[in-house]
Design a protein around this ligand. Structure first.
Ligand code: HEM
Length: 527
């Protein structure tokens, strides 16, 4: 029986495609058998990038688009390789999803600032939809009235200078507890993340609920960290891409999605039963006398009582703070300390600044503006190791124009903020950890998210409407922890090692240190 050339090509393609899926570990072998029969019916041709209207990109195959070519791990470094080939804005077709990647400061300014409304939504994704109940939260919701309301309601209790002033003493308390515990640390060093994680949970839970965890053994602390890290793992993984990109493969994702749903319902019940309900009782005991709103949750519950938001929205605010505030800041701290261990001259220069400017005075939130090298260390850490290197993905609800190209509606738009801060065309020896750059050739560059002079090469918190409101807390928290630890300790690698391993581990849009750093803390003797 004769077989046509096109049928032969299609079958060859299917065989290769199935083999690739199995190779990527995305599909059980048995699943490929029905696939071979079903796929031909789904063959549609659609133009790859580079048709002159949409941005350039690799030619897209039917059904799979570019997925088999580019693979799963679309991390900041792999995207740089593609930007060099296809340009400052390029388009990938990943099954039914479009992905536009922006790698240039002027185009970033377009997406985040000039056309901030047009590109101000967040893309949908099967897993994120589960973890946010399709956008009942703030971080992953589409641009519009709901997002505006949530952002307004969250601002007063979390994101103002008054909040920073209200909590600065509590921050000191929690940080001093870390310093004290490190004085008794063993000579072989400690995994610093463990101490800092308890501190950050305490800082955020005291701000949110006016509660704290006594120790890392506290069962509630252990549950909270387990729930959050499992949520992070499932949402940031690339393992579910195949079902998200290619609808006919979704049945194979059923188990994964069930796992997400089960985790999310237990996790939200944990937040609700242990924290939100307790605050609700405190609020109703006050019988409308709200003169003494004590913690962020009181303000949020007041908005609920006024009918501005629902109880679902309340719980998703808690969920958002758990994911957006704690791990990001923790990753930033881990990166900063690891780089200071690996660059003793920077560590010494910082200690010298702290001793010269402050003497016996402790490092406090109000002393930070007097410590320019400390601020340079924080900025350099966020430039070289941005915890959110691709920002949180943006999306355009309607077709839009960018750099002279058409961006199809509902395209996931990624700004490669890491590359904006690490492209040798714009930075001197960007691969080096050199805080001095922010006092010398880049002395004018600040991390800002709104107003002020924005440098679109340096966007660790994004900029514009969807930028990080938590910058107002994150920058002083980072500066304080780094400043206090360097003032009190000489930090060195564990015995028998020369350097801390700073290999990266990326997720859908996160970047953390792959092996949590073990650091030896040697107390600095008073002069
Ligand atoms: C070093 C620490 C942090 C880094 C690097 C960071 C970075 C970012 C980035 C890049 C975005 C997305 C910007 C965009 O899409 O254009 C973001 C969004 C967000 N961040 Fe942060 N963040 C940090 C800490 C915090 C903290 C401490 C909080 C809260 C207390 C917070 C709350 C949020 C929220 C609520 C959003 C979503 C904003 C929106 O969609 O409107 N972040 N963050």
């Amino acid at each position: 029986m004769a077989i046509s050339v096109s049928r032969f090509a299609a079958l060859t393609f299917l065989a290769v495609a199935s083999a690739c899926l199995v190779k990527f570990g995305q599909l059980p072998v048995a699943a490929c058998i029905p696939l071979v029969f079903v796929l031909p019916f789904f063959f549609v041709t659609y133009g790859g990038g580079g048709d002159g209207k949409t941005p350039p990109g690799p030619v897209a195959l039917p059904v799979f688009g570019n997925w088999l070519q580019v693979g799963n791990d679309l991390n900041h470094r792999n995207l740089v390789g593609m930007a060099k080939k296809y340009g400052d804005v390029f388009l990938l077709r990943l099954g039914v999803r479009n992905l536009a990647v922006v790698s240039d400061p002027k185009l970033a300014a377009e997406v985040l600032h000039t056309q901030g409304v047009e590109f101000g939504s967040r893309p949908r994704n099967l897993v994120w939809d589960i973890f946010t109940d399709s956008g009942k939260d703030m971080v992953f919701t589409e641009y519009g009235d709901h997002w505006r309301k949530m952002r307004r309601i969250m601002t007063m209790p979390f994101f103002t200078n008054k909040v920073v002033a209200q909590y600065r003493e509590m921050w000191q308390e929690e940080m001093n507890a870390v310093v004290e515990s490190l004085r008794a640390a063993p000579a072989e060093g400690v995994v610093v993340r463990h101490r800092l994680q308890l501190m950050l949970y305490n800082i955020m839970y005291r701000m949110m609920f006016d509660v704290r965890f006594e120790s890392a053994e506290d069962p509630l602390f252990q549950q909270a960290t387990r729930f959050n890290s499992e949520r992070s793992r499932l949402a940031q993984s690339f393992d579910y891409n195949y079902g998200d990109f290619i609808p006919i493969l979704r049945p194979f994702l059923k188990g994964y999605l069930e796992k997400c749903r089960d985790l999310q319902s237990r996790r939200l019940a944990f937040f609700n039963d242990n924290y939100v309900e307790k605050r609700r009782k405190v609020m109703s005991a006050r019988q409308g006398n709200n003169d003494r709103l004590r913690c962020a949750m009181d303000y949020i519950l007041e908005a609920e009582m006024n009918g501005e938001i629902s109880s679902d929205n309340v719980i998703y605010i808690v969920e958002n703070i758990n994911v957006a505030a704690i791990e990001t800041t923790l990753w930033g701290m881990e990166w900063a300390l690891a780089e200071l261990v690996n660059h003793p001259s920077c560590q010494n220069r910082l200690r010298e600044e702290l001793q010269r400017v402050l003497g016996e005075e402790p490092v406090t939130e109000t002393s930070l503006p007097r410590l320019p090298y400390l601020q340079a260390v924080v900025k350099e850490t966020l430039r070289l190791h941005s915890p959110i290197p691709l920002l949180v993905p943006h999306m355009n609800l309607d077709a839009a124009k960018l750099g002279g190209y058409e961006i199809p509606k509902r395209t996931k738009v990624i700004v490669n903020a890491w590359w904006l801060g690490n492209n040798p065309e714009w930075w001197v020896r960007p691969e080096e950890f050199r805080p001095e750059r922010f006092l010398e050739e880049e002395g004018e560059v600040e991390a800002v998210v709104g107003g002020g002079k924005v440098d679109f090469r340096f966007l660790p918190f994004g900029v514009g409407r969807r930028s990080c409101p938590g910058i107002i807390l994150a920058m002083p928290l980072l500066g304080l922890v780094v400043g206090k630890l360097v003032k009190e300790f000489e930090m060195v690698p564990p015995p028998g090692t020369e350097k801390i391993d700073v290999t990266e581990k990326g997720g859908q849009f996160s970047l953390q240190i792959a092996k949590h750093a073990t650091i030896v803390f040697c107390p600095v003797l008073a002069a």
